[in-house]
Design a protein around this ligand. Structure first.
Ligand code: C2E
Ligand code: CA
Ligand code: CA
Length: 388
């Protein structure tokens, strides 16, 4: 973890207040003095630190300027921890450890900001400055609260899935469903994914949530098949980057599906084009193994990821899901229409299926059917609804 050891001589400056910082240091040997420049221009020493102390640690949280100047008073040997290395470690650590560290570090930053506001207020800082700081602060605090609550939600079963049918445009029958996560928040009511998925992804809690969703969706499909005696409806489940980054992803998914007893080929993994582009090497191998295990792969939000088309045949993809923005625009906007047409033809030529997302009007469904789009999903057919 330590990039390097660095030596500083008495009198030298290690960190300067106001400078950008990218590293923290652990003092292995020696002693330093920490000083802060006040608003009146005077410098005040606020303490000294010796062997074993951590200095410049805020650089591990964000890119805000150094809040103090650190000078050597006895020759020092320092172990350097760069922000990049710290982040890498954090990303691959246990999700609970990761969340705890992030929460503690962010709270620490909040406390510092509050202290700064108090110090400044004696000198009547502009109200704007304070408001901005409070706004930033409350945003961070709100996110941390949400993250904590989401962990509880996972443990206490507050999450649920809604299912939206995906319709075969030629046969006008249901081909399958997409499982969409909802959070039954004890105080705020039913929350949509846009409010919690980003936080779940940031904290890594999404990995547990995805496992839960897959299991729940498999069981729902099994119950449905038993009830209607239909055995070829598919179930689409969404996955995020942290899911893919987890080493045991393929084994976990395979185990959950086989334990549920539904045929693996009925499970479709949905990943966004952006995810594919952000970790192409990793995604390719992971998808190859999922495909080998029998699952199907759908590319979500297709057309929004700025990807080069040449990547398409490097991945084992079964279905392209045409992003809602193009579908809802296509009757008014020629270039959206051109894009929709191209994606449908592209899918056909690549022997993939096409699904149009966000179909809200009969006119759109008709155009898509005429264009040869295989399937569609949207409020025109049905909104996502609970299992019952
Ligand atoms: P998505 O995967 O693109 O899912 C489709 C979204 O479009 C859903 O929003 C659905 O309710 C909405 N939708 C469907 N038909 C229509 C329509 O005709 N008009 C309009 N305006 N919207 C329509 P939802 O359920 O709010 O989910 C939003 C996003 O959250 C999803 O987009 C997906 O990226 C993410 N998400 C949902 N569930 C999960 C999950 O279990 N895991 C992960 N990682 N992400 C999820
Ligand atoms: Ca999706
Ligand atoms: Ca989508």
């Amino acid at each position: 973890m330590f990039q390097s050891k660095r030596k500083f001589l008495a009198g030298e400056t290690i960190l300067t207040q106001g400078d950008a910082g990218e590293s923290a240091y652990i003092i292995e040997q020696g002693r330093v003095e920490i000083a802060v420049e006040m608003l009146n221009g005077k410098t005040q020493v606020i303490g000294t630190r010796g062997a074993g102390s951590l200095i410049g640690e805020m650089a591990l949280v964000d890119n805000a300027p150094r809040t103090a100047t650190v000078k050597v008073i006895e020759d020092c040997t320092l172990l350097e921890i760069t922000q990049q290395e710290f982040k890498k470690r954090l990303e691959t650590s246990d999700p609970v450890l990761r969340m705890t560290s992030q929460v503690i570090l962010t709270r620490y930053r909040d406390t510092l900001m509050r202290a700064e506001i108090n110090a400044e207020s004696q000198n009547w800082p502009p109200a704007e400055t304070i408001e901005l700081k409070y706004a930033m602060q409350s945003h961070a605090v709100e996110n941390i609260k949400m993250a904590n609550e989401f962990r509880v939600a996972l443990e206490e079963g507050q999450l649920c899935l809604h299912y939206q049918p995906i319709v075969d445009l030629k046969l006008a029958t249901i081909s399958g469903f997409e499982a969409l996560m909802r959070w039954n928040h004890p105080k705020k009511g039913l929350l949509l994914p846009e409010l919690f998925i980003p936080i779940a992804e940031e904290t890594g809690l999404i990995v547990e949530a995805s496992k839960w969703a897959l299991e729940e969706a498999c069981l729902a499909l099994k119950r449905l098949m038993a009830r209607i005696g239909h055995d070829d409806l598919f179930m689409s489940v969404n996955f995020s980057s942290p899911d893919f980054a987890a080493e045991s992803f393929v084994d976990t998914v395979r185990d959950i599906i086989s334990r549920s007893g539904v045929p693996t080929k009925l499970i479709h993994l949905e990943i966004t084009e952006r995810l594919l582009m952000s970790q192409p090497g990793n995604a390719r191998e992971t998808l190859r193994m999922c495909r080998e295990a029998g699952m199907s792969i759908s590319i979500d939000d297709f057309g929004t990821g700025y990807s080069s088309l040449s990547y398409l045949h490097h991945f084992p993809i079964d279905t392209l899901k045409i992003d809602r923005s193009f579908v809802s625009d296509m009757t008014e906007n020629e270039s959206s229409m051109a894009l929709v047409k191209s994606i449908i033809v592209l899918a056909k030529n690549m022997k993939m299926h096409s699904i149009a997302e966000g179909v809200e009007r009969m006119e759109e469904a008709k155009i898509l059917a005429d264009l040869g789009c295989d399937m569609a999903q949207g409020y025109y057919f049905a909104k996502p609804e609970p299992n019952e």
